[in-house]
Design a protein around this ligand. Structure first.
Ligand SMILES: NC(=O)c1ccc[n+]([C@@H]2O[C@H](COP(=O)([O-])OP(=O)(O)OC[C@H]3O[C@@H](n4cnc5c(N)ncnc54)[C@H](OP(=O)(O)O)[C@@H]3O)[C@@H](O)[C@H]2O)c1
Length: 239
């Protein structure tokens, strides 16, 4: 497939390497331009691109940038595109600042779809980079990690589920995008490396009234990490 990846951080670079190794044509972009991606391109076999070039990939475009940065993408980026857009994002106020529409009830990915003006499929948001890189195994392996895929277009989800399988993961259709709060930060289905049965149970556990409190708890957990990554932050003392 012809695949674009917008974001070359932890998730974007792993997906670029793994998808290129599977024989897909991969273009990858970041905020600093293709020149900054020369080493990654050489190491992965992906093509260093502009955001516009990555967004024009024919089959799938994976948007894997901090939630707040979705607003910075060029307007009309996907105009004329028929590719499936995959959103790996998570809303963390500690990193992204407050996003009122999500605080008032939109799921993280419904907001992304609204900002992009395009339907999205939510996937890869609930596995940590290290597991994405290392836990892929052949289909049928006992305990194979299963990932949930939410979205409103069954055909688009089918394509993403196939990609998951190629990458070494089981996949589970988690329903429409409006239900994707079930795999957001703080839920039982978030980053636990569960197999299919356990993931299914985890997705059915939480109730919608707990969304704000789960978000707050997850945000408090990661706040020190994001604060340490702020420009000008002092690195932790070693003594
Ligand atoms: N890390 C994880 O374990 C993990 C797991 C699941 C989901 N996620 C979610 O997936 C998303 C990406 O996470 P990550 O950890 O891979 O992020 P990351 O390591 O912080 O990398 C972010 C990437 O986004 C790029 N970017 C930022 N603003 C951009 C813009 N306006 N245009 C184009 N590219 C832009 C950055 O470009 P530059 O390099 O040029 O700055 C960077 O390559 C986040 O929403 C995160 O919450 C992360």
């Amino acid at each position: 497939m012809d695949i674009g990846i917008i974001g070359s951080g932890q998730i974007g670079s792993i997906l670029a390497r793994r998808l290129a190794a599977l024989g897909h044509q991969v273009r990858i972009a970041n905020s600093r331009g293709p020149e900054s991606l020369a080493a990654l391109a050489a190491a992965t076999g992906a093509t260093a691109s502009t955001v516009e070039q990555a967004a024009s990939a024919r089959d799938v475009v994976i948007v894997t940038i901090p939630q707040k940065a979705v607003r910075e993408l060029p307007r009309g980026l996907f105009a004329g595109s028929t590719a499936i857009v995959v959103d790996t994002g998570n809303y963390y106020p500690a990193r992204d600042g407050r996003i009122d529409a999500i605080d008032q009830g939109l799921t993280d990915s419904e907001w992304v779809a609204q900002v992009l003006g395009r339907p999205v499929v939510k996937a890869f948001n609930n596995i940590v980079a290290e597991s994405l890189d290392s836990r892929g195994v052949p289909r049928g392996t006992p305990g194979r990690v299963c990932l949930s895929v939410a979205g409103d277009d069954p055909a688009a989800k089918h394509v993403v589920l196939r990609l998951l399988d190629e990458l070494g993961f089981d996949g589970l259709d988690a329903g429409p995008l409006a239900e994707s709060w079930r795999q957001q930060p703080g839920t039982p289905a978030y980053c636990k490396d569960l197999d299919r049965t356990a993931l299914q149970a985890a997705l059915s556990k939480p109730d919608a009234t707990g969304i704000p409190s789960r978000r707050q708890a997850a945000d408090e957990l990661v706040r020190p990490f994001f604060e340490a990554r702020q420009p000008g932050a002092r690195s932790p003392r070693s003594t």
